[in-house]
Design a protein around this ligand. Sequence first.
Ligand code: XMP
Length: 528
Amino acid sequence: MVKKLLKKVRDPSILILDFGSQYSELIARRIREANVFSLVVSNFISIKEIQDIKPQGIILSGGPNSVYEDNAPKCDPKIFNLDIPVLGICYGMQLMVKELGGNVTTAINKAEYGRAPINIDCESDLLSNVKDKSIMWMSHGDSINNLPNGFIKIAHTENTLHAAISNREKKLFGVQFHPEVIHSEFGMRVIKNFVYSISKCKADWTTETFLDETIPRIKEQVGDKKVLLALSGGVDSSTLAFLLNKAIGKQLTCMFIDQGFMRKGEPEFLMNFFDKKFHIKVEYINARDRFIKKLKGVTDPEEKRKIIGEEFIRVFEEESNRLGPFQYLAQGTLYPDVIESAGTNLDPKTGERIAVKIKSHHNVGGLPKDLQFKLVEPLRKLFKDEVRKLGKALGLPDEIIKRHPFPGPGLSIRILGEVSNEKLNCLRDADWIVRDEIKKAGLYNDIWQAFAVLLPVKTVGVMGDKRTYAWPIVLRCVSSEDGMTADWSRIPYETLERISNRIVNEVAQVNRVVFDITSKPPGTIEWE
Ligand code: XMP
């Protein structure tokens, strides 16, 4: 299973066993920031699979359970005898201690959450160059009472006797704090100590090595066959197009399906950029009429998404038959998608693997599973920020790399109720002004998404001597890390004023602009 997951991926130098921590992915990212390739795998990984992968170090993640709970997740205890360095973080350390004969108790009144200065008790490989009394981030209820044989305490905090432990001979280490969290002042030092000095990893995970390794692999996989890629203009599919173009050149065909719901100028920009400037063949499919006809009379948001998703697949199938045959389909699947679909997350109650829920509407615009293509997915080992770096290295402009997330159904879900060409044109103009002013104010890169929404009601206004009845536009600007939660952006009044003035003056059917000041939750980012 895990080997299958790692298919076409270089073997990781550090394996992270996931015990259900919200930080498991973050550990992998931190290690990759140290230019060492790491992967999160399920705690159910077998010893045989680990031996096949031959990692240079293993990290046991934290987790929400207590090690003595009936269904507390475990790993094969032989992992501690493989002569591979192991670092247990929080739950991972407690599990290691318990399995090796030590003792863990519930720390009544001694639970520790948040910042805690650590006191270093003695010199160690793990805490080398970590400053005494520096702040580390704690989040635990249980604590370690007795250490197993061969372990020593290397740091403590006011409330935690064993904040860090070491068995140097067996290369087993544990920390009660979370070195991966940004608030842990010397957290990255701890990670680097484990990765470089203890596990002897080389810092060889870079964009250059990724390209050096991936391009021949793609060539080998594809041979002389033809590859189709559905280009959306987002950073993932655009980076993929550049990468494949470098690897297989003319064997690649990109297809851009214009459903008519893109932002102003985007289809033209894409075509100019890929086709004319970089000579990457893009088939432009103008499907605007088809989509708008299908949406006639449709007002329900989920119904809109469903219709658009289905129509997308239909157009895709027709066009790929017309342009093909293609033996391969390229997809911009990223590493978090791989982790999610591998279901490494654990049910905190039963300890069983649970599939992570992926919002159904995010799959709109995706392709059905039963298409008769083999898949090329060279980005499946990368995080989003690594894709951005790769895109930049391959020559993609900031317009694409720093582009705000844009939903698959595009502007159609930013027009509440029925979509028409008239409303689309109106929204496109208003949306363009929003982006233009946000960029001019230098705010674009600090904002997660900034856009306009059209409400299908008419409000009264006065222009010159005449009363007007026209649509209001909602301005939605949010800051967010991942789109799961968001806060409304505090846009300076001057920028708000310019946006409002320009929209009301330049967009004919609009006479009012309102600013959405709802966070998520309880609101959502999109209005539909
Ligand atoms: P919400 O509105 O749920 O949005 O707070 C969270 C993030 O998801 C994007 N979003 C979509 N993306 N198809 C997509 O590809 C969709 O139907 C869709 N709906 C919302 C939204 O733009 C935000 O980034």
